[in-house]
Ligand binder design. Structure first.
Ligand SMILES: [Zn+2]
Length: 250
């Protein structure tokens, strides 16, 4: 769970700061800022610390945006300013927006909830602001989501092998090709060994062989031999599987 720290969003220092122990925390409140999703953290903090609110800091313990980015507000154990009579017992997390939270935003709120329960050592009560105070906050959609138990698909997509993209982006080469990539294939074939130097007339011949950008019949035979050694279909076509074997990333 990645959290943008206060320094990361250029937070002002709080006017004061009161903390409670985890044993005091029993509730987890979901809010919305009720502003456009483009609101900046600093504008929310300025509003909360300004004359209309006059709080010591941004009111919430954490905030999340539509991209699922989590921002540190007051942090886990600082008493917030988000729900009267529940600021000591409750952790307040706000969705930056009005009433159209993305799945990513909900996932991040759920991650914060799970993390809070883990830190507290017990499950916290899931609440919308409106459950404990007469307000429309956190909006009908988030409130329904809280009422449903804050369901979220938290399994991350399996990490992609970055070399897969590289290999798939390389040009497929076969007899007749004439381009710089052929030289790369020659260099890789040479690095992997198994070439018959006699055929290329020793070191000098080998060098001119390596310099050629032409995918000729002789190269095709070398590629086929390499494919057989690599237990690949020996079709003489340099595609993703052959590249992966040449690069040893398969
Ligand atoms: Zn609220």
């Amino acid at each position: 769970m990645k959290v943008i720290t206060r320094a990361g969003w250029n937070a002002r220092d709080p006017k004061n700061r009161l903390t409670v122990p985890w044993s005091t925390r029993t509730e987890f409140f979901v809010h919305h800022t009720d502003g456009p999703p483009t609101q900046t953290l600093r504008s929310i903090q300025d509003f909360h610390m300004g004359t209309s609110r006059g709080w010591s800091d941004i009111g919430y313990n954490f905030l999340v945006d539509d991209d699922g980015v989590i921002y540190e507000g007051r942090g886990w154990l600082v008493v917030g300013a988000h729900c009267p009579n529940h600021n000591r017992t409750g952790i307040g997390v706000a969705y930056i927006g009005e009433n159209d939270p993305t799945d990513a935003a909900k996932r991040s709120i759920r991650r914060l909830y799970d993390e809070a329960c883990r830190k507290a050592g017990r499950p916290l009560k899931k609440l919308g602001h409106g459950d404990r105070y007469p307000t429309e906050c956190p909006g009908s959609k988030l409130q329904a989501w809280v009422n449903a138990g804050m369901p979220a698909e938290l399994v991350d997509a399996p990490a992609k092998n970055p070399t897969e993209d590289i290999v798939n982006a390389l040009p497929v080469l076969s007899v007749g090709a004439d381009c710089y990539d052929v030289k790369t294939v020659r260099a890789l074939l040479f690095a992997r060994g198994g070439l018959n130097e006699k055929v290329y007339g020793g070191a000098v011949g080998l060098r001119s062989w390596q310099e050629s950008t032409k995918y000729d019949a002789a190269l095709c035979e070398d590629v086929k031999a390499f494919q057989r050694r690599s237990k690949l279909a020996d079709d003489g076509v340099v595609g993703p599987l052959t590249y992966a074997a040449l690069l040893r990333v398969s």
